[in-house]
Write a protein that binds this ligand. Structure first.
Ligand SMILES: Cc1cc2nc3c(=O)[nH]c(=O)nc-3n(C[C@H](O)[C@H](O)[C@H](O)COP(=O)(O)O)c2cc1C
Length: 246
């Protein structure tokens, strides 16, 4: 499978089996998180296993989860630059590592009880999201299927992620990796499936290059921007420049 094909296999999994995640996979995921935390200022992700508490009582809200017991806690120090975008970027790196290990994942933005997340927070630190992970249950329950169907109503073609859209063919001739980059953006997870990220041709250090942006740079969109940028990097092997923007 190519990286783009693997990206396309990812979808939000909301029903998990009760099977504990294999210790070797937990070790791989923890090693990934340790590497991210070590290299990225202000990112303090944590992995919690076998703890269903934070999701209890949210069974009828956005996201109908079954057996959510394992999750990455997206802790950040909000004082650091580009922290929302970087949190999205590196959480998606974690997601794809989990996908490579055969796991299902789902970002959870708000529908959890943060006081039940057993991670101590220092002054200035905040939990931005959880990323659930585990073995996908074979058949999603009817409600979960319905939710998944609803959020996918807004189907978009990859070219619609380029602005201006009517210049996408010309831009793809100039930048052959652009079509792969657009496909990678199109299959990125985003909060409430808003998919706010757009690619365009901009100038960095006097050179024309593929850039990414969101229309309204609120915290949620910036997290989505980081996620989409990671997908581009994963699919093309190229980092969009500048790597982070505000
Ligand atoms: C930051 C963020 C927060 C999210 N929060 C939730 C959530 O609270 N509940 C939920 O069911 N899905 C949540 N999602 C998953 C999105 O609904 C999902 O990514 C989107 O609908 C696209 O579907 P896909 O991931 O299957 O491609 C979230 C996604 C992101 C990126």
């Amino acid at each position: 499978m190519t990286p783009l094909e693997l990206l396309k296999t990812r979808h939000s999994v909301r029903a998990f089996t009760e099977q504990p995640v294999a210790p070797s996979i937990i070790r791989t995921l923890k090693a990934e998180v340790t590497m991210i935390n070590t290299h990225e200022a202000g990112i303090k992700f944590r992995i919690i296993t076998d703890d269903p508490e934070p999701l209890k009582g949210f069974s009828h809200s956005y996201g109908v989860f079954k057996n959510p017991r394992n999750y990455l806690v997206g802790v950040v120090d909000t004082a650091l630059p580009d922290i929302y975008e970087r949190a999205g970027y590196f959480a998606e790196q974690f997601v794809m590592k989990a996908v490579e290990c055969g796991l299902g994942t789902c970002f959870v933005g708000g529908t959890y009880n943060s006081s039940k997340v057993s991670v101590p927070l220092r002054a200035g630190e905040k939990i931005l999201f959880l990323v659930l992970f585990g073995y996908p249950a074979d058949k999603a329950r009817p409600m979960a299927r319905l939710m998944a169907g609803m959020v996918h109503l807004k189907k978009m073609k990859p070219r619609q992620f380029f602005i201006p859209e009517d210049e996408v063919d010309r831009a793809c001739e100039e930048f052959p990796m652009l079509s792969t980059a657009l496909e990678a953006v199109a299959c990125a997870p985003s909060a409430v499936n808003r998919r706010p990220t757009r690619l365009y041709i901009g100038e960095v250090d006097g050179e024309r290059t593929i850039c990414a942006k969101v229309e309204k740079p609120d915290h949620s969109s910036l997290i989505d921007l980081g996620i989409a940028k990671y997908n581009v990097n994963y699919a093309t092997g190229e980092e969009l420049l500048p790597p982070y923007s505000m």
